[in-house]
Design a protein around this ligand. Structure first.
Ligand SMILES: [Zn+2]
Length: 460
Protein backbone atom coordinates (compact mmCIF):
# COMPACT_ATOMS: atom_id res chain seq x y z
CA UNK A 1 0.00 0.00 0.00
CA UNK A 2 1.49 3.36 -0.98
CA UNK A 3 -0.09 6.81 -1.06
CA UNK A 4 0.71 10.06 -2.84
CA UNK A 5 -0.87 13.43 -2.05
CA UNK A 6 -0.77 16.13 -4.73
CA UNK A 7 -1.79 19.51 -3.35
CA UNK A 8 -2.21 23.24 -4.04
CA UNK A 9 -2.49 22.82 -7.82
CA UNK A 10 -4.97 24.05 -10.43
CA UNK A 11 -6.67 20.71 -11.17
CA UNK A 12 -8.35 20.12 -14.53
CA UNK A 13 -10.45 16.98 -14.08
CA UNK A 14 -11.95 16.59 -17.58
CA UNK A 15 -14.87 14.84 -15.85
CA UNK A 16 -18.42 15.01 -17.25
CA UNK A 17 -18.89 18.42 -15.61
CA UNK A 18 -15.54 19.69 -16.90
CA UNK A 19 -14.71 20.57 -13.30
CA UNK A 20 -11.64 22.75 -12.68
CA UNK A 21 -10.41 23.14 -9.08
CA UNK A 22 -8.07 26.02 -8.23
CA UNK A 23 -6.12 25.18 -5.05
CA UNK A 24 -7.06 21.54 -5.51
CA UNK A 25 -5.40 18.19 -5.15
CA UNK A 26 -5.45 14.44 -5.64
CA UNK A 27 -5.09 11.63 -3.14
CA UNK A 28 -3.67 8.51 -4.74
CA UNK A 29 -3.49 5.01 -3.37
CA UNK A 30 -1.70 2.14 -5.10
CA UNK A 31 -1.78 3.81 -8.50
CA UNK A 32 -5.44 4.85 -8.51
CA UNK A 33 -7.17 8.11 -7.57
CA UNK A 34 -8.95 7.75 -4.24
CA UNK A 35 -10.13 11.36 -3.99
CA UNK A 36 -9.98 14.60 -5.95
CA UNK A 37 -11.07 18.03 -4.70
CA UNK A 38 -10.18 21.01 -2.56
CA UNK A 39 -7.04 20.50 -0.51
CA UNK A 40 -9.02 20.96 2.72
CA UNK A 41 -11.19 17.96 1.81
CA UNK A 42 -8.27 15.60 1.16
CA UNK A 43 -6.23 13.59 3.72
CA UNK A 44 -3.46 15.78 5.15
CA UNK A 45 -0.72 13.17 5.07
CA UNK A 46 0.56 10.49 2.71
CA UNK A 47 3.69 8.41 2.08
CA UNK A 48 4.75 11.09 -0.40
CA UNK A 49 3.51 14.66 -0.70
CA UNK A 50 3.92 16.73 -3.86
CA UNK A 51 3.22 20.41 -3.36
CA UNK A 52 2.34 21.80 -6.80
CA UNK A 53 1.68 25.41 -5.90
CA UNK A 54 1.56 27.51 -9.09
CA UNK A 55 1.22 24.40 -11.26
CA UNK A 56 -1.62 23.16 -13.43
CA UNK A 57 -2.42 19.44 -13.33
CA UNK A 58 -4.17 17.76 -16.26
CA UNK A 59 -5.10 14.15 -17.01
CA UNK A 60 -2.28 12.32 -18.80
CA UNK A 61 -2.52 12.71 -22.55
CA UNK A 62 -3.39 9.64 -24.62
CA UNK A 63 -1.58 9.06 -27.89
CA UNK A 64 -3.68 7.02 -30.32
CA UNK A 65 -1.29 6.59 -33.24
CA UNK A 66 2.49 6.34 -33.60
CA UNK A 67 5.30 4.34 -35.18
CA UNK A 68 8.06 4.58 -32.58
CA UNK A 69 10.74 3.09 -34.84
CA UNK A 70 10.45 6.05 -37.19
CA UNK A 71 12.24 8.25 -34.64
CA UNK A 72 15.36 6.73 -36.26
CA UNK A 73 14.50 8.16 -39.68
CA UNK A 74 13.44 11.74 -39.14
CA UNK A 75 13.95 14.37 -41.79
CA UNK A 76 15.51 11.89 -44.25
CA UNK A 77 16.45 14.14 -47.20
CA UNK A 78 14.72 12.13 -49.97
CA UNK A 79 11.52 11.87 -47.90
CA UNK A 80 11.31 15.46 -46.71
CA UNK A 81 9.15 16.79 -49.52
CA UNK A 82 7.23 13.73 -50.75
CA UNK A 83 3.61 12.62 -50.63
CA UNK A 84 2.64 9.48 -48.66
CA UNK A 85 3.30 6.82 -51.31
CA UNK A 86 6.67 8.29 -52.41
CA UNK A 87 7.66 8.92 -48.80
CA UNK A 88 6.96 5.25 -48.00
CA UNK A 89 8.86 3.95 -51.03
CA UNK A 90 11.91 5.98 -50.00
CA UNK A 91 11.84 4.75 -46.41
CA UNK A 92 10.90 1.04 -46.74
CA UNK A 93 14.46 -0.05 -47.76
CA UNK A 94 15.98 1.84 -44.81
CA UNK A 95 13.45 0.32 -42.38
CA UNK A 96 14.32 -3.14 -43.77
CA UNK A 97 17.65 -2.79 -41.91
CA UNK A 98 16.05 -2.39 -38.44
CA UNK A 99 17.29 -4.73 -35.68
CA UNK A 100 15.72 -5.78 -32.36
CA UNK A 101 18.01 -3.34 -30.56
CA UNK A 102 16.84 -0.52 -32.87
CA UNK A 103 13.24 -1.27 -31.89
CA UNK A 104 14.16 -1.12 -28.19
CA UNK A 105 16.12 2.14 -28.49
CA UNK A 106 13.60 3.92 -30.72
CA UNK A 107 10.72 2.91 -28.43
CA UNK A 108 12.60 4.40 -25.47
CA UNK A 109 13.23 7.62 -27.40
CA UNK A 110 9.64 8.04 -28.57
CA UNK A 111 8.28 7.33 -25.09
CA UNK A 112 10.78 9.75 -23.53
CA UNK A 113 9.54 12.50 -25.82
CA UNK A 114 5.93 11.59 -25.18
CA UNK A 115 6.42 11.57 -21.41
CA UNK A 116 8.11 14.97 -21.55
CA UNK A 117 5.05 16.30 -23.38
CA UNK A 118 2.50 15.02 -20.84
CA UNK A 119 1.59 11.67 -22.40
CA UNK A 120 0.94 8.74 -20.07
CA UNK A 121 -0.59 6.15 -22.45
CA UNK A 122 0.63 5.53 -25.98
CA UNK A 123 -0.53 3.35 -28.78
CA UNK A 124 2.12 2.21 -31.22
CA UNK A 125 1.75 0.54 -34.58
CA UNK A 126 4.74 -1.65 -35.47
CA UNK A 127 4.15 -3.28 -38.84
CA UNK A 128 7.54 -4.52 -40.01
CA UNK A 129 9.77 -7.04 -38.24
CA UNK A 130 13.07 -7.30 -40.08
CA UNK A 131 16.16 -9.18 -38.88
CA UNK A 132 14.47 -11.00 -36.00
CA UNK A 133 12.68 -7.93 -34.55
CA UNK A 134 9.59 -8.63 -32.46
CA UNK A 135 6.85 -6.65 -30.76
CA UNK A 136 8.36 -8.04 -27.54
CA UNK A 137 11.35 -5.67 -28.03
CA UNK A 138 8.99 -2.71 -27.92
CA UNK A 139 6.99 -4.02 -24.96
CA UNK A 140 10.18 -4.57 -22.94
CA UNK A 141 11.28 -0.97 -23.60
CA UNK A 142 7.87 0.46 -22.64
CA UNK A 143 7.83 -1.48 -19.36
CA UNK A 144 11.28 -0.09 -18.55
CA UNK A 145 10.13 3.48 -19.28
CA UNK A 146 6.84 3.10 -17.39
CA UNK A 147 4.24 4.46 -19.82
CA UNK A 148 1.11 2.46 -20.60
CA UNK A 149 1.34 0.83 -24.02
CA UNK A 150 -1.33 -0.27 -26.48
CA UNK A 151 1.05 -2.37 -28.59
CA UNK A 152 -0.36 -2.90 -32.06
CA UNK A 153 0.83 -6.05 -33.76
CA UNK A 154 0.97 -4.55 -37.23
CA UNK A 155 1.57 -6.50 -40.41
CA UNK A 156 2.21 -6.29 -44.13
CA UNK A 157 1.55 -9.21 -46.46
CA UNK A 158 0.88 -7.61 -49.85
CA UNK A 159 4.27 -6.99 -51.47
CA UNK A 160 5.04 -5.29 -54.77
CA UNK A 161 4.93 -8.57 -56.71
CA UNK A 162 1.26 -9.01 -55.68
CA UNK A 163 0.18 -5.45 -56.44
CA UNK A 164 0.94 -3.90 -53.03
CA UNK A 165 3.12 -0.90 -52.28
CA UNK A 166 5.91 -2.26 -50.03
CA UNK A 167 8.87 -4.24 -51.42
CA UNK A 168 8.57 -8.00 -50.92
CA UNK A 169 11.55 -7.89 -48.51
CA UNK A 170 9.49 -6.24 -45.73
CA UNK A 171 6.29 -8.30 -45.97
CA UNK A 172 5.57 -11.54 -44.10
CA UNK A 173 3.43 -14.63 -44.67
CA UNK A 174 -0.12 -14.46 -43.35
CA UNK A 175 0.33 -17.70 -41.47
CA UNK A 176 3.27 -16.25 -39.48
CA UNK A 177 1.43 -13.00 -38.84
CA UNK A 178 -1.63 -14.70 -37.37
CA UNK A 179 0.41 -17.16 -35.32
CA UNK A 180 2.52 -14.36 -33.83
CA UNK A 181 -0.59 -12.23 -33.19
CA UNK A 182 -2.15 -15.01 -31.16
CA UNK A 183 1.09 -15.62 -29.24
CA UNK A 184 1.34 -11.93 -28.31
CA UNK A 185 -2.25 -11.70 -27.11
CA UNK A 186 -1.85 -14.78 -24.94
CA UNK A 187 1.50 -13.63 -23.56
CA UNK A 188 0.90 -9.92 -22.92
CA UNK A 189 -2.69 -8.69 -23.20
CA UNK A 190 -4.01 -7.44 -19.87
CA UNK A 191 -7.71 -6.47 -20.01
CA UNK A 192 -7.88 -5.26 -16.37
CA UNK A 193 -8.14 -1.61 -15.21
CA UNK A 194 -4.68 -0.16 -14.73
CA UNK A 195 -3.14 -2.43 -17.41
CA UNK A 196 0.36 -1.41 -18.52
CA UNK A 197 0.25 -3.51 -21.71
CA UNK A 198 -2.58 -4.28 -24.08
CA UNK A 199 -2.30 -5.90 -27.50
CA UNK A 200 -4.08 -4.66 -30.63
CA UNK A 201 -4.17 -6.34 -34.05
CA UNK A 202 -3.26 -3.93 -36.82
CA UNK A 203 -2.75 -4.92 -40.46
CA UNK A 204 -1.02 -1.84 -41.84
CA UNK A 205 -3.21 -0.36 -44.59
CA UNK A 206 -5.41 -1.29 -47.56
CA UNK A 207 -2.40 -1.10 -49.89
CA UNK A 208 -0.12 -3.42 -47.89
CA UNK A 209 -2.27 -6.38 -46.76
CA UNK A 210 -4.80 -8.70 -48.39
CA UNK A 211 -8.54 -8.78 -47.72
CA UNK A 212 -8.12 -12.23 -46.29
CA UNK A 213 -5.64 -11.05 -43.65
CA UNK A 214 -8.02 -8.23 -42.70
CA UNK A 215 -10.84 -10.74 -42.17
CA UNK A 216 -8.69 -13.27 -40.31
CA UNK A 217 -7.26 -10.57 -38.03
CA UNK A 218 -10.75 -9.32 -37.15
CA UNK A 219 -11.87 -12.84 -36.37
CA UNK A 220 -8.87 -13.52 -34.13
CA UNK A 221 -9.15 -10.15 -32.34
CA UNK A 222 -12.81 -10.78 -31.56
CA UNK A 223 -12.14 -14.26 -30.22
CA UNK A 224 -9.86 -12.66 -27.60
CA UNK A 225 -11.66 -9.33 -27.14
CA UNK A 226 -8.74 -7.19 -28.31
CA UNK A 227 -9.06 -4.08 -30.46
CA UNK A 228 -8.33 -3.53 -34.15
CA UNK A 229 -6.45 -0.66 -35.73
CA UNK A 230 -5.31 0.34 -39.22
CA UNK A 231 -4.56 3.32 -41.45
CA UNK A 232 -7.57 4.42 -43.45
CA UNK A 233 -8.57 7.13 -45.93
CA UNK A 234 -5.31 8.95 -45.29
CA UNK A 235 -4.83 10.30 -48.81
CA UNK A 236 -6.66 10.70 -52.07
CA UNK A 237 -4.42 8.19 -53.86
CA UNK A 238 -5.36 5.54 -51.29
CA UNK A 239 -8.99 6.17 -52.22
CA UNK A 240 -8.10 5.61 -55.90
CA UNK A 241 -6.19 2.44 -54.98
CA UNK A 242 -9.19 1.03 -53.09
CA UNK A 243 -11.64 1.86 -55.88
CA UNK A 244 -9.44 0.18 -58.47
CA UNK A 245 -8.35 -2.85 -56.46
CA UNK A 246 -11.42 -3.58 -54.33
CA UNK A 247 -14.22 -1.73 -56.11
CA UNK A 248 -14.98 0.21 -52.92
CA UNK A 249 -14.01 3.46 -51.28
CA UNK A 250 -11.86 2.82 -48.16
CA UNK A 251 -14.78 2.79 -45.68
CA UNK A 252 -16.84 0.55 -47.97
CA UNK A 253 -13.87 -1.79 -48.10
CA UNK A 254 -13.76 -1.89 -44.28
CA UNK A 255 -17.44 -2.90 -44.26
CA UNK A 256 -16.62 -5.62 -46.78
CA UNK A 257 -13.89 -7.13 -44.56
CA UNK A 258 -15.86 -6.85 -41.28
CA UNK A 259 -13.78 -3.98 -39.88
CA UNK A 260 -16.62 -1.80 -38.60
CA UNK A 261 -17.44 -1.74 -34.89
CA UNK A 262 -16.65 -0.21 -31.51
CA UNK A 263 -13.52 -2.35 -31.29
CA UNK A 264 -12.01 -0.65 -34.35
CA UNK A 265 -10.18 2.65 -34.67
CA UNK A 266 -8.69 4.18 -37.80
CA UNK A 267 -5.66 6.43 -38.15
CA UNK A 268 -6.26 9.63 -40.16
CA UNK A 269 -9.69 9.07 -41.80
CA UNK A 270 -9.26 12.29 -43.78
CA UNK A 271 -10.96 11.32 -47.06
CA UNK A 272 -14.48 10.43 -45.93
CA UNK A 273 -17.88 11.68 -47.01
CA UNK A 274 -20.95 12.49 -44.87
CA UNK A 275 -22.42 9.03 -45.28
CA UNK A 276 -19.18 7.42 -44.10
CA UNK A 277 -19.04 9.71 -41.04
CA UNK A 278 -22.53 8.43 -40.17
CA UNK A 279 -21.34 4.84 -40.54
CA UNK A 280 -18.52 5.52 -38.04
CA UNK A 281 -20.99 7.15 -35.65
CA UNK A 282 -23.58 4.40 -35.90
CA UNK A 283 -21.07 1.61 -35.33
CA UNK A 284 -18.88 3.54 -32.86
CA UNK A 285 -15.63 3.30 -34.84
CA UNK A 286 -12.92 5.61 -33.47
CA UNK A 287 -10.62 8.02 -35.30
CA UNK A 288 -6.98 8.85 -34.49
CA UNK A 289 -6.52 12.39 -35.76
CA UNK A 290 -2.90 13.22 -36.61
CA UNK A 291 -2.89 16.88 -37.67
CA UNK A 292 0.87 17.44 -37.99
CA UNK A 293 1.40 14.33 -40.09
CA UNK A 294 -1.51 15.26 -42.35
CA UNK A 295 0.08 18.67 -42.90
CA UNK A 296 3.62 17.28 -43.28
CA UNK A 297 2.58 14.86 -46.05
CA UNK A 298 0.03 17.25 -47.56
CA UNK A 299 -2.64 14.57 -47.02
CA UNK A 300 -5.54 16.91 -46.24
CA UNK A 301 -7.62 18.04 -43.25
CA UNK A 302 -9.78 15.50 -41.43
CA UNK A 303 -13.38 16.59 -40.76
CA UNK A 304 -13.07 16.65 -36.95
CA UNK A 305 -15.96 19.01 -36.35
CA UNK A 306 -18.25 16.80 -38.42
CA UNK A 307 -17.06 13.68 -36.61
CA UNK A 308 -17.72 15.26 -33.22
CA UNK A 309 -21.11 16.54 -34.27
CA UNK A 310 -22.08 13.05 -35.43
CA UNK A 311 -20.85 11.54 -32.13
CA UNK A 312 -17.74 9.78 -33.44
CA UNK A 313 -14.99 9.21 -30.86
CA UNK A 314 -11.89 11.17 -31.87
CA UNK A 315 -8.47 10.97 -30.24
CA UNK A 316 -5.14 12.51 -31.18
CA UNK A 317 -1.94 10.93 -32.43
CA UNK A 318 1.49 12.29 -33.22
CA UNK A 319 1.89 9.60 -35.91
CA UNK A 320 5.29 8.13 -36.77
CA UNK A 321 8.26 10.39 -36.34
CA UNK A 322 9.21 10.23 -40.01
CA UNK A 323 6.10 12.29 -40.77
CA UNK A 324 5.91 14.70 -37.83
CA UNK A 325 9.00 14.67 -36.96
CA UNK A 326 8.48 14.77 -33.22
CA UNK A 327 6.49 13.02 -30.51
CA UNK A 328 5.27 16.09 -28.62
CA UNK A 329 1.66 15.23 -27.81
CA UNK A 330 0.88 18.53 -26.10
CA UNK A 331 2.00 20.26 -29.30
CA UNK A 332 -0.36 17.96 -31.20
CA UNK A 333 -3.28 19.12 -29.05
CA UNK A 334 -2.44 22.67 -30.09
CA UNK A 335 -2.09 21.65 -33.75
CA UNK A 336 -5.53 20.02 -33.64
CA UNK A 337 -7.06 23.25 -32.41
CA UNK A 338 -5.22 25.38 -34.96
CA UNK A 339 -5.80 23.10 -37.94
CA UNK A 340 -9.53 22.94 -37.21
CA UNK A 341 -9.51 26.74 -37.40
CA UNK A 342 -7.71 26.65 -40.75
CA UNK A 343 -10.56 24.48 -42.00
CA UNK A 344 -13.10 27.00 -40.69
CA UNK A 345 -11.20 29.75 -42.46
CA UNK A 346 -11.22 28.08 -45.84
CA UNK A 347 -14.91 27.20 -45.57
CA UNK A 348 -16.18 30.74 -45.07
CA UNK A 349 -15.92 31.40 -41.32
CA UNK A 350 -15.08 35.09 -41.65
CA UNK A 351 -18.13 35.72 -43.83
CA UNK A 352 -20.50 33.67 -41.69
CA UNK A 353 -22.94 35.39 -39.37
CA UNK A 354 -24.08 32.10 -37.86
CA UNK A 355 -23.66 32.41 -34.07
CA UNK A 356 -23.85 28.61 -33.81
CA UNK A 357 -20.67 28.29 -35.81
CA UNK A 358 -17.97 27.97 -33.18
CA UNK A 359 -14.20 27.55 -33.32
CA UNK A 360 -12.58 24.62 -31.52
CA UNK A 361 -11.64 25.77 -28.00
CA UNK A 362 -8.55 24.89 -25.97
CA UNK A 363 -10.70 22.77 -23.65
CA UNK A 364 -12.22 20.86 -26.57
CA UNK A 365 -8.74 20.18 -27.90
CA UNK A 366 -7.66 18.84 -24.48
CA UNK A 367 -10.78 16.69 -24.43
CA UNK A 368 -9.64 15.07 -27.70
CA UNK A 369 -6.18 14.48 -26.22
CA UNK A 370 -7.52 12.86 -23.02
CA UNK A 371 -11.12 11.56 -22.88
CA UNK A 372 -11.33 11.28 -26.65
CA UNK A 373 -8.15 9.20 -26.85
CA UNK A 374 -9.23 6.95 -23.98
CA UNK A 375 -12.57 6.27 -25.70
CA UNK A 376 -10.85 5.52 -29.02
CA UNK A 377 -8.60 2.94 -27.32
CA UNK A 378 -11.57 1.48 -25.45
CA UNK A 379 -10.09 2.29 -22.03
CA UNK A 380 -12.44 3.36 -19.27
CA UNK A 381 -9.70 3.57 -16.64
CA UNK A 382 -7.84 6.60 -18.04
CA UNK A 383 -8.54 10.02 -19.61
CA UNK A 384 -9.83 12.02 -16.63
CA UNK A 385 -8.96 12.76 -13.01
CA UNK A 386 -11.83 11.06 -11.20
CA UNK A 387 -12.20 8.71 -8.28
CA UNK A 388 -11.31 5.15 -9.29
CA UNK A 389 -9.33 6.10 -12.38
CA UNK A 390 -5.62 5.52 -12.89
CA UNK A 391 -3.40 8.15 -11.29
CA UNK A 392 -2.07 9.33 -14.64
CA UNK A 393 -1.42 13.05 -14.94
CA UNK A 394 1.02 15.76 -15.94
CA UNK A 395 1.81 19.14 -14.46
CA UNK A 396 3.43 22.30 -15.69
CA UNK A 397 4.68 25.36 -13.82
CA UNK A 398 2.44 28.32 -14.58
CA UNK A 399 5.14 30.83 -13.62
CA UNK A 400 7.40 29.89 -16.53
CA UNK A 401 8.30 32.42 -19.23
CA UNK A 402 6.27 30.59 -21.90
CA UNK A 403 2.99 31.43 -20.09
CA UNK A 404 3.84 34.97 -19.05
CA UNK A 405 0.79 37.16 -19.56
CA UNK A 406 -1.71 34.28 -19.74
CA UNK A 407 -2.21 33.65 -16.03
CA UNK A 408 -5.91 34.62 -16.17
CA UNK A 409 -6.75 31.29 -17.87
CA UNK A 410 -4.26 28.53 -17.00
CA UNK A 411 -6.01 25.91 -19.18
CA UNK A 412 -5.92 28.09 -22.27
CA UNK A 413 -2.30 29.04 -21.51
CA UNK A 414 -1.19 25.41 -21.79
CA UNK A 415 -2.69 25.11 -25.28
CA UNK A 416 -2.53 28.58 -26.82
CA UNK A 417 1.02 29.35 -25.67
CA UNK A 418 4.15 27.60 -26.90
CA UNK A 419 4.00 23.84 -26.12
CA UNK A 420 6.45 23.16 -23.29
CA UNK A 421 8.52 20.41 -21.77
CA UNK A 422 6.34 19.45 -18.82
CA UNK A 423 7.50 19.55 -15.18
CA UNK A 424 5.92 16.30 -13.99
CA UNK A 425 4.49 13.22 -15.63
CA UNK A 426 3.06 10.51 -13.40
CA UNK A 427 1.73 7.11 -14.47
CA UNK A 428 -0.13 5.00 -11.93
CA UNK A 429 1.24 7.16 -9.15
CA UNK A 430 4.87 6.71 -10.33
CA UNK A 431 7.07 9.55 -11.55
CA UNK A 432 8.30 9.31 -15.14
CA UNK A 433 9.22 13.00 -15.33
CA UNK A 434 10.18 15.02 -12.23
CA UNK A 435 11.29 18.66 -12.31
CA UNK A 436 11.49 18.53 -16.13
CA UNK A 437 13.87 15.54 -16.09
CA UNK A 438 13.25 11.94 -17.06
CA UNK A 439 13.34 9.69 -14.03
CA UNK A 440 13.37 6.26 -15.68
CA UNK A 441 15.91 6.98 -18.43
CA UNK A 442 19.27 8.63 -18.89
CA UNK A 443 18.40 11.18 -21.56
CA UNK A 444 21.92 11.92 -22.79
CA UNK A 445 22.95 8.25 -23.03
CA UNK A 446 19.70 7.36 -24.80
CA UNK A 447 20.15 10.14 -27.35
CA UNK A 448 23.71 9.02 -28.12
CA UNK A 449 22.64 5.40 -28.62
CA UNK A 450 19.74 6.53 -30.77
CA UNK A 451 21.92 8.69 -33.01
CA UNK A 452 24.40 5.85 -33.51
CA UNK A 453 21.59 3.51 -34.57
CA UNK A 454 20.13 6.12 -36.90
CA UNK A 455 23.50 6.77 -38.54
CA UNK A 456 24.04 3.04 -39.17
CA UNK A 457 20.54 2.63 -40.67
CA UNK A 458 20.92 5.51 -43.09
CA UNK A 459 24.46 4.51 -44.11
CA UNK A 460 23.06 1.16 -45.34
ZN1 LIG B 1 0.74 5.97 -39.29
Amino acid sequence: MSTLLVKNAYIVTMDDHQREIPEGGLFIRDGFIESVGQVADLPATADEILDLKNHIVLPGLVNTHHHFYQTLTRAVPAAQDANLFNWLKTLYPIWARLTPDDIFVSTSTALAELALSGCTTASDHLYLYPNGSKLDDEIAAALAVGLRLQASRGSMSLGESKGGLPPDSVVDSEENILKDSQRLIEQYHDPKPGAMTQIVLAPCSPFSVTSDLMKQSAKLAREYGVHLHTHLAETEDEEQFCLQKFGHRPVGYMQEVDWIGEDVWFAHAVWVNDEEIQIFAKHKCGVAHCPTSNMRLASGIAPIKEYRKAGVNVGLGVDGSASNDGSHLLAEVRQAMLLSRVKEGITGYSLSNDPERKLMTAREAIYLGTRGGAAVLGRKDIGSLEVGKCADFFATDLTRLDYAGAGHDPVAAVIFCQPVRVDYTVVGGKFIVKERQLVTMDERHLTERHNQASKRLLAG
